[in-house]
Design a protein around this ligand. Structure first.
Ligand SMILES: [Zn+2]
Length: 399
């Protein structure tokens, strides 16, 4: 038998409810609201009971779901948070059957029950096993308390447990991050939201988080720094061309300002004119001429003989221009280390520029000899080059 999992009221039902509500006096509206809350609690407890039966039968497998959570979100239409609340409460009821009546009566909210269960699981991960009696005491301590009061109650028992961060997918393109913050941080969140309220009066924490991430990336992302440097180079070259090498485009009356405007400050976009200062893109968003400019700046250094026996007079640090080109060439694709079977690492963690042929062995700061790798692969490559095992602190140990 095919089951339609959609639960949507008809238009007639919706209109009837709306007409009924608008006909109520203020007093009756509050009485009906309290009655609806009671019905909601009873219905929630019933849903939790149904969840338990579905789980016991592993019925979700029949409908191509690998878990009750997946079944609840993909088949029954619950959002991830609501599904998890009910599943956590179900687990608590499995351990303490009397909890069901407490949820149904409202003495223990569904959120409180879920938080208690989550706390017990987290404690278990830290090798603290709760006995049935201890679980019962925990539930009793959370009766008739708000969500925040329950959180404080649990934090009294283990203040560190709430600091655990979690990140999990909750949909095709959504993730849920969970972590606790201090009161000071909460004050900062509220203050910043308030300061930004003139542009977004209803800013969500996700929007605030995204804005802060953008600010952080703008400041710390080497690829973005490279983009800005490229913009400056392009502007500078256009000015130089205008001053020293007037060409047909200038003679035709096109000003430097209009040429700069043509570029629209797009770092990956080569200007269409300006004496061909930057040639057409090579197809990978990487202007060939800029590459050549950077190469020429370092040609002398690259041409130096790599004589290990001679006194090394090369500059230790890589120039900013070359670094920027290496970061732009990476195109945010992460660690460039490739294994023997052709798999690229791609990690974005602690990326740094590495010499393919080590600097200490005569490797130069050429674009061909530089690549972006993660910190772990940088250490791995360094260890391979040195043929020495690493200690736990990452320092080389002589054989
Ligand atoms: Zn890597």
């Amino acid at each position: 038998m095919q089951i339609d999992f959609k639960l949507s009221p008809s238009q007639n039902e919706t209109r009837a409810v709306s007409d009924f509500l608008s006909s109520l006096s203020d007093t009756d509206l509050l009485i009906e609201t309290k009655a609806a809350i009671k019905t909601e609690r009873e219905a929630t407890a019933a849903v939790v009971r149904y969840f338990k039966e579905i789980n016991d039968r592993e019925l979700y497998l029949k409908y191509a779901c690998s878990s009750l959570f997946q079944f609840a979100t993909e088949r029954l239409g619950y959002c991830a948070g609501s599904a998890q609340l009910r599943i956590n409460a179900m687990r608590l009821i499995e351990a303490l059957p009397e909890t069901e009546a407490k949820i149904e009566s409202g003495a223990l909210s569904l959120t409180a029950a879920a938080k208690v269960q989550s706390f017990i699981l987290l404690e278990k991960k830290q090798n603290k096993i709760y006995s049935t009696e201890e679980k019962r005491e925990l539930v009793d301590a959370c009766l008739k308390k708000s969500t925040r009061e329950v959180e404080r109650e649990l934090a009294k028992i283990n203040p560190d447990i709430q600091k655990i961060e979690t990140l999990k997918p909750v949909g095709r393109d959504r993730f849920q991050i969970s972590f606790s913050i201090s009161e000071d941080t909460e004050v900062k969140v509220k203050k910043l939201k308030g300061l930004l309220a003139h542009t977004n009066p209803n800013m969500t924490t996700e929007e605030l988080f995204d804005k802060l991430l953008e600010l952080g990336l703008e400041k710390f992302d080497p690829a973005r720094k490279a983009d800005r440097a490229l913009k400056r180079t392009m502007r500078s070259n256009v000015t130089t061309a205008e001053q020293l090498h007037p060409c047909e485009s200038f003679k035709s009356g096109k000003t430097a300002q209009s040429i700069k405007a043509d570029q629209s400050l797009q770092p990956n976009q080569a200007p269409a004119s300006a004496c061909s200062i930057v040639e057409a893109d090579n197809g990978a968003g990487y202007p060939k001429k800029i590459d050549r400019i950077v190469r020429s700046l370092h040609a002398r250094e690259m041409e130096k003989p790599q004589n290990l026996g001679a006194r090394d007079t090369r500059a230790r640090s890589i120039s900013a221009e070359v670094k920027h080109t290496v970061w732009r060439r990476n195109e945010n694709r992460g660690c460039e280390f490739v294994s023997g079977d052709g798999k690229r690492c791609g990690s974005q963690h602690a990326l740094q520029i590495d010499h393919v042929f080590g600097f200490a062995r005569g490797g130069v700061h050429s674009l061909e000899n530089l690549r972006v790798v993660c910190a772990k692969h940088n250490r791995f490559v360094w260890r391979e080059k040195r043929c020495r095992p690493l200690t736990r602190t990452g320092s080389a140990r002589a054989r």
